[in-house]
Design a protein around this ligand. Structure first.
Ligand code: SAM
Length: 473
């Protein structure tokens, strides 16, 4: 029985409710009157239910889809302005005892070199990341309770936060590791993580069990209920995602929104982010072996529908996608992207030798961070290295109320400009710096509050002339 408040995965991601939703969406996908009323509701920026959003996703009517895209772009502008938050993944270990059939880290893969970074290696990687200009990391690891212990993660987080190389610092560490206990989530929270990220992979339980035939991850309910335990452990910024390509995208979309609705209903705060990874080629994994790949148009439609369904939730896209796809979905709702990424265990400090490749998937955007930053600015986006909310305690519902208060433009916009200025001073190529300084000059005028604007101008001066760093609202 579908129950949004239940703590049991089978109830809050009810298979029957998803099937009913898909049938309802099919029946109504050309019901213009209903579609118009859903779009009208979405214009109020209060979000949509999984049923309503599923109707829009299924709708094939060209003019209505154009309206959906326009609205997604507008909501994106209203909530996130032209800021794009930058991050990089850091793979700590690819030891894994799971049998995930789509992931090259699966335990039976004897070909891929297995690595776990030591604290010294983490130090070297982090210095290399700081020297690129990164301030925000997403830690990644396979599941191996003997090697990748909670103690190892806690130590690694401590190491990462402790490294201050030149003007560099990692100011926010997010983490994407296997589902664990509420007590462990509490330890991660105490260690100062930002977001706990865990992809559901697929919400279709039967497929899930087949795609995860062995290992702890086989336990669908334990995995699906992880965010509840994370919230019980005190983590109020959690990141959802499905791996598109594993099961039917409309099923996944409904499941994803039901998961968001459940967190909102049970804890009063929805997901901080949603990631939209697509299955990629990797070591012994061929995406063509999976039947449910989605094309670029469908992918763009999913992003647009997520944007209008959950306006307050950030959306993340990784270097699984190429420049062209990233460009398209940035307009439609994506608010965070990675740049200069390596998906290998190690590889920032020095490239892995050809015969020792440990990548999790092929990267489709191989540009450097400087190139990505310049490309964003050439499209009038502001690459933001801001980490202020989490450091000011604005997580969970406190972050949501900042969004809802309309103060974002007086807070996030200045923070984006000041952290971009730091990047330009410390890491940018001369060409990127010239473009960036011009952008900042223009954009500072868009800080609405006069007093905030003059503080930003003064801080920008201090960053440039006095080598001061880390200002934030
Ligand atoms: N081990 C962690 C867990 O149990 O959830 C997750 C960390 S894993 C390093 C990060 C994510 O990479 C996975 O959740 C999965 O969605 C994604 N991934 C795995 N294989 C992939 C592939 N072939 N292409 C694209 N993404 C993949």
């Amino acid at each position: 029985m579908y129950d949004v408040h239940s703590k049991c995965a089978d109830d809050f991601i009810s298979h029957e409710e998803i099937l009913d939703t898909l049938a309802y969406a099919d029946e109504n996908k050309e019901n213009i009157e209903l579609i118009d009323s859903i779009i009208e509701k979405a214009r109020k920026r209060k979000g949509l239910s999984h049923r309503e959003a599923s109707v829009l996703l299924a709708c094939p009517v060209k003019e209505k889809n154009e309206e959906i895209y326009r609205l997604a772009e507008q909501i994106k502008k209203d909530f996130y302005g032209n800021r794009i938050v930058m991050f990089a993944p850091l793979y700590l270990s690819n030891y894994c005892i799971n049998g995930c059939t789509y992931c090259p880290y699966h335990a039976k893969n004897k070909r891929i070199p297995r690595k776990q970074l030591s604290q010294e290696e983490i130090r070297r990687e982090v210095i290399a990341l700081q020297d690129m200009g990164h301030k925000r990391l997403a830690l990644e690891a396979g599941e191996d309770p003997v090697r990748n212990t909670m103690d190892y993660y806690l130590k690694s987080i401590e190491t990462i936060y402790s490294i201050k190389h030149k003007n560099g610092a990692i100011r926010r560490v997010n983490i994407n590791i296997a589902a664990t206990t509420a007590d462990n989530y509490r330890l991660l929270k105490e260690a100062g993580i930002g977001t706990y990220i865990l992809f559901q992979e697929t919400y279709h339980k039967e497929s899930y069990l087949e795609l995860h035939p062995t290992g702890p991850k086989h336990d669908y309910n334990y995995h699906t209920e992880a965010m509840d335990r994370a919230m019980e452990g005190g983590i109020d910024d959690v990141g959802l995602g499905v791996l598109f390509g594993l099961d039917k995208y409309r099923y996944e979309f409904a499941g994803l929104l039901m998961h968001a609705e459940h967190l909102e209903a049970a804890f009063g705060v929805g997901p901080h982010t949603i990631s939209v990874p697509r299955l990629k080629h990797a070591d012994d994994i061929n995406p063509d072996d999976f039947d449910n790949g989605i094309d670029d148009d469908t992918f763009a439609k999913i992003v647009a529908c997520i944007r209008i369904a959950v306006p307050y939730t950030g959306m993340i896209i990784s270097t699984r996608e190429n420049q062209k796809t990233r460009e398209r979905v940035l307009h439609l709702g994506v608010s965070q992207i990675s740049g200069g990424s390596r998906t290998s265990v190690g590889g920032y400090y020095e490239p892995e030798p050809e015969d020792e490749k440990s990548e999790q998937f092929d990267v489709s955007d191989n540009r450097t961070l400087d190139e990505v930053v310049r490309w964003l600015m050439e499209m009038d986006y502001i690459p933001s290295f801001c980490t202020a909310c989490y450091r000011e305690g604005r997580t969970g519902d406190r972050f949501m109320s900042l969004c809802k208060s309309g103060q974002i433009q007086n807070c996030c916009h200045p923070n984006a400009l000041m952290t971009l200025k730091e990047y330009l001073m410390d890491y940018a190529s001369p060409e990127t710096k010239t473009i960036g300084d011009r952008l900042i000059e223009r954009e500072v005028l868009n800080v609405p509050n006069e007093r905030a604007r003059s503080v930003v101008l003064e801080n920008l001066r201090l960053i440039e002339q006095d080598n001061r760093r880390d200002f934030r609202f």
